[in-house]
Design a protein around this ligand. Structure first.
Ligand SMILES: Cc1cc2nc3c(=O)[nH]c(=O)nc-3n(C[C@H](O)[C@H](O)[C@H](O)COP(=O)(O)OP(=O)(O)OC[C@H]3O[C@@H](n4cnc5c(N)ncnc54)[C@H](O)[C@@H]3O)c2cc1C
Ligand code: FES
Ligand code: FES
Length: 475
């Protein structure tokens, strides 16, 4: 059984609003699908009608206008992390976006999706709260602006009606004298939900703090501001005594819970640690240290934007006869009967392309990695109707006739394959890395394969295979 019944691909924002008004509580917008598909699967949310905005024009801009930055809800985490405007004017947001998941998740997951899911651990929320963002919501009834503080009403609950769409996030650009940093504590370096995350923005004039904002996630049902801690900083220099006092007040403001990732007391202690560390980093002007200068995004030459859909709104119904028309490995397909499936299942069950594997089915193992319109994605989190009109490349499409892709050959030469289950995913990530950065360094390779897990060969041989392929000519 499918987790949705009808899937719309609208071609304009107006059409999205019209569909939301028509279907009301039955409908939900889907952007990257990296939260919604799992929530529908787990019964956390219900929707029989999905409205896919991931190719709708006009919702993916990043622009500096006067003293504010305007962000479209469709801007992906990788595009936030890559944007010079975001890096210069909203630096903690760039850091937060870069900390999300792994490349394939950052290529599909959007800012709007992160905000509307309203998870207490959502990584873009603390920086946007510390920066003082405003959300613009629109429906056929009109438009309203909601300060971010008033948007979150509870765990995964937001101040947004079923017929409304988030159409823009407006953020005051950081002024001269303002500094900000985002810190995240996860249980590993990639694909880690925040155990605690913290964003701090301070304004310093003549060495004195004239304004401070501290927002912390994963410590309450919604992201919290540490107002007393902020107050303790104002009017003083960022001295170690003031920093200690603010860290202590922030820890007291947290109301964390025990869960599988951490105990409440540990979380509270980590708030103290992260706030202290963040303020110390800002005092020492070290916030930009360690932010990768040329990271791989695994989007090749696309710039991370999926092509817009044109023409009329397309509707796919589960059990209906509307075909999914797409190009896979250069060959055109017209697929019927896959409207309720994921792209992964369509590739395997309907096209017989079984090189793409299912591991976790939740976006965390990377065995199902493919290229969607030239961008690395995990196909278990892409609804098959999203492939309508798209170009897909799978592991079967990498070889040129009898000649393997240099990375496939390098995997053989380096013995980087044991059971081979993870191999297609690693190769799809690695081949895109080589297209984007022909001679990657070790760190770039590790970033590129951060979303791919192997349970037998281990990673050294995989890394060596990518290094070896980089030395040979890419056709
Ligand atoms: C493996 C994995 C790792 C992850 N790691 C992280 C992480 O490290 N940090 C983190 O914060 N998150 C993480 N996430 C969660 C997720 O990727 C992000 O929250 C992402 O930003 C969601 O965006 P999306 O476009 O995929 O949202 P979707 O799943 O498409 O939508 C999410 C919700 O937002 C609504 N929505 C989307 N856009 C709009 C809009 N414009 N207007 C109104 N409603 C809208 C949808 O109806 C839905 O309810 C991870 C997810 C996975 C699967
Ligand atoms: S990431 Fe798709 S199956 Fe694991
Ligand atoms: S080779 Fe077996 S999981 Fe990687």
């Amino acid at each position: 059984m499918s987790i949705w019944q009808t899937y719309f691909t609208p071609t304009s924002a107006e059409e999205v609003l019209r569909l939301l008004a028509e279907y009301g509580t039955e409908a939900r917008i889907i952007a990257g699908g990296t939260d919604l598909l799992l929530e529908l699967e787990r019964g956390v949310r219900r929707a029989s009608v999905l409205i896919d905005i991931s190719r709708t024009p006009g919702l993916d801009g990043i622009a500096l206008e006067g003293d504010r930055v305007r962000l479209g809800p469709l801007v992906t985490h990788n595009r936030l992390a890559a944007s010079p405007i975001v890096a210069e004017h909203l630096f903690p947001l760039a850091q937060a976006a870069w900390s999300v998941g792994a490349p394939a998740i950052r290529n599909r997951g959007t800012l709007g999706g992160n905000l509307v899911t309203a998870s207490p651990s959502g990584d873009t929320i603390p920086p946007l709260m510390a920066l003082g963002a405003t959300l613009v919501l629109r429906s056929v009834r009109g438009e309203r602006r909601v300060p971010i503080q008033e948007f979150f009403e509870g765990n995964r609950q937001v101040n947004m009606a079923p017929d409304e769409m988030l159409v823009e996030v407006q953020v005051p650009a950081m002024r001269p004298g303002e500094r900000g940093v985002f810190l995240k504590l996860g249980l590993r370096r990639a694909l880690a939900v925040s155990v605690v995350n913290v964003a701090v923005v301070v304004r310093l004039e003549d060495q004195l703090v004239t304004r401070a904002r501290i927002a912390m996630g994963s410590v309450a049902p919604t992201v919290l501001r540490a107002c007393e801690a902020e107050g303790a900083l104002v009017g003083s220099p960022l001295s170690s005594e003031r920093i200690e006092e603010a860290a202590d007040l922030a820890a007291r403001a947290a109301i964390p819970i025990d869960d599988i990732r951490a105990g409440a007391e540990y979380r509270r202690e980590m708030v103290r640690t992260l706030v202290r560390r963040a303020l110390t980093i800002l005092a020492e002007k070290r916030e930009r240290d360690g932010f990768p200068a040329h990271p791989p995004f695994l989007w090749g030459r696309t710039g991370g934007k999926f092509p817009y859909v044109v023409g009329k709104t397309v509707r796919h119904t589960v059990g209906g006869d509307e075909p999914i028309e797409c190009t896979v490995n250069g060959k055109n397909y017209v697929v019927r009967g896959a409207n309720g499936k994921t792209l992964l299942r369509m590739l395997r069950e309907d096209l017989g392309l079984t090189g793409t594997k299912e591991g976790c089915g939740e976006g965390v193992c990377g065995t199902c990695t493919v290229w969607l319109d030239g961008i690395v994605v995990v196909s278990c989190l892409v609804p098959a109707p999203r492939a309508h009109g798209a170009q897909i490349v799978t592991i079967e499409g990498l070889a040129r006739g009898e000649k393997l892709h240099p990375l496939q050959q390098a995997f053989i030469d380096e013995g980087a394959v044991q059971c081979g289950y993870c191999t297609p995913g690693f190769i799809m990530s690695g081949a895109k890395l080589l297209e984007e950065i022909p001679s990657p360094d070790r760190e770039q390779i590790l970033h590129a394969i951060a979303g791919n897990l192997c349970r037998c060969t281990g990673y050294y041989k995989v890394v060596r295979a990518i290094e070896r392929a980089a030395k040979s000519a890419i056709p």
